[in-house]
Design a protein around this ligand. Structure first.
Ligand code: SF4
Ligand code: SF4
Length: 221
């Protein structure tokens, strides 16, 4: 039930994000994205609001770790539908996402106020579509390897997740049957409580556990 609600919500987030970033489709001369646009381009708005986004992400990460990845990331909709079809397990070190995070942070730090300018023959919407295709293909083959090992945003929230005040904990009721591990979209060893700072709070393991052993706890440490 919760997974259905989550997929529906993520699909809505994806549609809004794609419309917003690509100017969407016009109906009667009105663009869908006009309803969400503050001013200027998506990139300009994004950079202007960087401080707000940064503070909001710190608050979110220190509260619930990677909840953004499970409930708010536009790409999570694509992954939640396609990743379960993947038959292969990518063996890519999870720490790579901290490297991509560092690279992204350096890029942002040394190019403040820079607007992304593309050659006129490469409209942003084609780039977005191309990127989406790469992500779709990679998730079909390797599941959520992008989230677990490459995404800089995932790296950011995983780091903050180590200090998050709300985290999943496995209680004494656990029999280590590992049913939770099989449904974990982040491929975590939930049963043994390993690397739960990477948990996206998708809630699949909580629903799956027959002993109700997994609970969200308030933790100050
Ligand atoms: S599904 Fe529940 S009982 Fe089984 S390993 Fe996970 S937490 Fe433990
Ligand atoms: S640990 Fe549970 S809630 Fe977290 S990502 Fe895995 S299945 Fe979802």
């Amino acid at each position: 039930m919760i997974q259905d609600i989550r997929r529906l919500f993520l699909t809505f987030v994806l549609v809004v994000a794609v419309m917003y970033a690509t100017d969407g489709f016009s109906v009667g001369g009105r663009y869908f994205s006009d309803f969400f646009r503050v001013e200027g381009s998506f990139v300009r708005v994004y950079l202007a609001e960087m401080e707000v986004i940064f503070l909001a992400s710190v608050f979110l990460g220190l509260s619930f770790g990677r909840i953004f990845c499970g409930w708010l990331c536009p790409l999570a909709a694509v992954f939640s539908f396609l990743a379960p079809m993947s038959r292969r397990e990518a063996k890519l070190d999870r720490r790579w996402k901290y490297a991509t995070l560092a690279g992204t942070a350096l890029l942002l730090y040394y190019s403040p106020g820079v607007e992304l300018t593309l050659p006129p023959e490469v409209p942003p919407r084609y780039l977005a579509i191309a990127l989406l295709l790469v992500i779709v293909l990679s998730s079909l083959i390797y599941g959520r390897v992008f989230c677990t090992s490459l995404c800089p945003v995932g790296g950011w929230f995983s780091a903050l997740g180590k200090l998050a005040v709300f985290r999943l904990r496995v209680g004494e009721e656990c029999t280590t049957c590992e049913r939770c591990n099989r449904v974990c979209e982040m491929r975590l060893d939930v049963a043994h409580g390993k690397a739960l700072n990477e948990c996206s709070l998708c809630w699949a393991c909580v629903e799956e556990c027959p002993y109700r052993a997994i609970k969200l706890r308030f933790i100050l440490s």
